[in-house]
Design a protein around this ligand. Structure first.
Ligand code: ZN
Length: 366
């Protein structure tokens, strides 16, 4: 959220897939759809938009998950009582209209599962999540631009590659990559994050507006984990990577007494920054990096001071400490991880009181 999040070149394929999932789910919920209708023939247009999508979905339904075909799960949904089907269809329509949640006066997002039986809900969930877990891994029935294709469709690996390419701040392939949420290193094992968790909202398991690539630290507990990105169904006080971006709003404030960094924003956006901070623990993670970088410079100057003492040279002066900070500041690059934290540190170290304190500390080195 510290960096802009862009839709990538194959995002239209993900959007087309989400449309297909919505269409399939709503068709299963129609009162006239019976288990026997879930067949290769039954999925053909106009149920799904094209024969390519129908054939692809039929292929997916043949897959076995936990000893049961996905087809039998689809048939279970088609066999639900009419009232359950109506409840599920209403839920599907609301969840599919995710962007509406970021318009003024949006109705509250449903936070409880739409099916009374946990077993039925898990059946629906497994069906929807299989599109991500299995279908996306092997390849969706779409080209990058969303055109249906029977072969060579967009894969999970391709999406990850496209996202990395679009968010690379330094074009050199050997350069470090930066996490869009925290501004730290993207690392060797970045995660595809479902902003709205797919466990609770499986319909969004393949959705261009719901996926992004972030560092494993951001994605795992005790940070994002399975936490909700809304407050009891209201998105009003929340940023969203694509629909209400936080970059440009989120700022890092230096808190001098604590020698710490705080995740902040202008007053109108402060509740959103607070929620983001609560979810990702940004203030404490940024402060840790702030103090670690300070410790690095402290160690460097201490070692230099000891060398000077050993060589019988003059001790550091105030001007030399200031010069050290200025030279380091000049090397800071916006394309490197933690640039924002390091910039706050450089400003903090430029403050005369801090430089004087540093000089006094160095004078104690023997
Ligand atoms: Zn991160």
């Amino acid at each position: 959220m510290l960096k802009p999040v862009h839709r990538v070149v194959c995002s239209p394929a993900l959007a087309a897939c989400q449309q297909m999932m919505q269409r399939f789910a709503l068709w299963l919920c129609q009162p006239a759809t019976a288990p026997a209708h879930v067949s290769q023939q039954g999925l053909q247009p106009p149920v799904l938009l094209t024969a390519i999508e129908a054939d692809w979905l039929w292929g997916l339904l043949q897959r076995i998950e936990s000893g049961q075909t996905l087809l039998s799960r689809a048939q279970t949904i088609a066999a639900l009582p009419a009232a359950q089907k109506t409840a599920l269809a209403t839920w599907v329509q609301t969840i599919s209209a995710l962007p509406a949640q970021f318009q003024p006066g949006a109705a509250v997002w449903p936070v409880t599962r739409p099916l009374a039986s946990k077993q039925d809900w898990n059946t629906f969930k497994a069906l929807m999540e299989s599109v991500y877990e299995k279908g996306f891994v092997d390849g969706l029935p779409y080209q990058g631009d969303g055109t249906p294709t029977a072969a060579g469709g967009v894969t999970y690996a391709e999406y990850v590659r496209a996202f990395r390419g679009a968010h690379r701040l330094n074009p050199n392939p050997h350069a470090r990559e930066v996490c869009v949420l925290c501004g730290g290193p993207l690392g060797d094992t970045p995660h595809v994050d479902h902003w709205v968790t797919k466990g609770a909202f499986p319909l969004l398991s393949v959705c261009a507006d719901n996926l992004q690539l972030i560092c494993s630290t951001c994605n795992e507990a005790p940070n994002k984990g399975q936490k909700p990105v809304h407050s009891a169904g209201s998105f009003a006080d929340w940023f969203h990577p694509y629909l209400r971006p936080g970059n440009g709003c989120v700022q890092l404030d230096y808190v001098p007494p604590a020698f710490a960094v705080r995740c902040a924003a202008a007053p109108a956006d402060q509740p959103k920054a607070t929620n983001l901070d609560g979810m990702l623990n940004l203030s404490s993670r940024w402060t840790r990096e702030f103090k670690a970088e300070y410790a690095k410079h402290q160690d460097l100057l201490h070692r230099r001071e000891r060398r000077r003492i050993a060589l019988g040279q003059a001790r550091h002066s105030l001007a030399e400490i200031q010069q050290h900070v200025q030279q380091w500041t000049a090397t800071l690059s916006p394309s490197e991880p933690h640039h924002a934290v390091h910039s706050v540190l450089s400003h903090a170290l430029m403050q005369p009181a801090r430089t004087r304190a540093w000089l006094a500390e160095l004078a104690l080195v023997i």
